[in-house]
Design a binder for this molecule. Structure first.
Ligand SMILES: [Zn+2]
Length: 429
């Protein structure tokens, strides 16, 4: 046995035994076991006053945007995007994307995230960085195709970068890195892009990641141009015929929600980003009630401005209580499920991760409950959903390997990346 966690409170997210008290959990060859007695562990950790839970899944990010945290914020969306963000992004190099992604991964693992679904550029570089750090990552280049008639999909930059990531073979190693197809959004592409993206996904047995109905302008513009909603356009063009992760769904109609359920589309809910950009509130309680898989994401930190999924969980729950005028809406266990079990399903990892169960991958967290915020605990799921912050995370483990422990980054040269990040600031001034 590699590690034996003794005497822990365990929030398993396994419906068969959701919470275990004064229980031991072991890691053998990267897998979870509850049969600890008689084993000779390399390391024993006393978990009195500590809580174990599955690692969190951030199902919509643009990780390298850590370089634009706090960049020209508090402006109207169009002013922010067209006059500030897009010009700054045009200065990105593969090296800067690598740096920004490493900063994001450091922030994620130190606040309990083990897996992320990332859409950005230079994703061959992102795949390499995620492989080195040891996280789980589903990555895609958000394909933009503004040629209405005849977009040369197989020659566009995003496609070529995805092919480079495929050729590098990161997805063939141990399943930690998955490469996905993508359409950036219905408003940044046309029919030739949608159909070729689906074709590419099917040929390579890939999942798909898209933005969908994030803003009222996008949603209503689509209805004006095509007579139907973004979800209905994508359904018509086969985008949902492959497993699809749709970010936002803020303006999804009842008919759209039915399409998500029927086609098994996961919605990645990003409450803080939606609030900060004043995009609206997604009807996720309704989606969950109707059987849609809803996961959580942070979106890029330029519109958040944090990768802490505990913040996202609390906000998701409170917003649904607010819009339904009902405090029983989206209870703690459901919110925790969005960040764990539902996230694993969104990434195609539901049979190996997202809960602490015998034989599952050891993707897990150790949280400190011996502090003023957590000591009074009647039900750990309530503390996790409403009182916990990423700063309570003491240890983050992915596939049995410790990535972060009490301020120490085991797979990232934190001093170097912080130094390089400070140096990169002048590029965007
Ligand atoms: Zn996004």
């Amino acid at each position: 046995m590699d590690i034996w966690f003794k005497n822990a409170t365990i929030v398993t997210m396994n419906p068969i035994a959701p919470i275990l008290y004064e229980t031991d959990l072991g890691i053998i060859d990267g897998k979870i076991t509850f049969a600890c007695e008689g084993s000779k562990p390399k390391r024993v950790i006393n978990c009195t006053h500590k809580v174990l839970m599955p690692g969190l899944f951030n199902c919509h990010s643009h990780a390298a945007m850590t370089l634009f945290r706090g960049y020209a914020n508090d402006r109207a969306l169009e002013d922010w995007l067209f006059n500030h963000l897009f010009p700054a992004e045009s200065r990105l190099t593969p090296e800067l994307v690598r740096l920004g992604t490493l900063v994001a991964m450091a922030e994620m693992i130190s606040s309990g995230t083990v897996a992320f679904s990332d859409m950005y550029c230079h994703m061959d570089i992102v795949a390499q960085a995620a492989d080195e750090v040891g996280m789980l990552a589903n990555i895609c280049n958000g394909v933009i195709g503004m040629d209405k008639e005849n977009f040369d999909y197989y020659n566009c930059n995003e496609y070529l970068q995805t092919v480079r990531a495929l050729e590098a073979g990161y997805d063939k190693k141990d399943g930690r890195i998955k490469i996905e197809a993508s359409i950036h959004g219905v408003y940044t592409s046309y029919k030739p892009t949608w159909e070729k993206a689906v074709d590419f996904a099917k040929k390579n047995n890939m999942r798909m990641h898209v933005h969908l109905s994030e803003t009222k302008t996008e949603h209503e513009g689509c209805i004006k141009n095509y007579g139907v909603t973004p979800a209905q356009v994508f359904e018509k063009h086969g985008v949902f015929d492959v497993p699809c992760l749709a970010a936002h769904g803020v303006w999804a109609s009842d008919d759209d929600i039915e399409i998500f359920r029927e086609k098994g589309v996961t919605v990645a809910h990003n409450p803080l980003s939606n609030l900060k950009l004043a995009s609206g509130l997604a009807p996720v309680a309704k989606m969950l009630e109707r059987g849609v898989n809803v996961a959580l994401g942070t979106d890029g930190v330029s519109s958040n401005n944090s990768h802490d999924l505990f913040e996202e969980m609390k906000m998701a729950s409170l917003l649904q209580k607010y819009i339904t005028n009902d405090p029983t809406t989206l209870p703690a266990t459901e919110t925790l499920k969005m960040a764990t079990v539902n996230g694993a399903k969104a990434q195609g990892r539901e049979n190996e991760s997202g809960m602490l169960a015998e034989g599952f991958d050891a993707d897990m967290l150790v949280l400190d409950f011996d502090n003023p915020r957590q000591t009074m605990c009647y039900d750990p799921t309530l503390n996790l959903a409403y009182s916990t912050s990423g700063r309570d995370v003491q240890m983050t483990v992915c596939r049995g390997k410790i990535l972060y422990e009490k301020g120490e980054y085991k797979t990232i040269d934190i001093e170097k990346i912080l130094w390089d990040t400070r140096a990169a600031r002048r590029i965007f001034l």
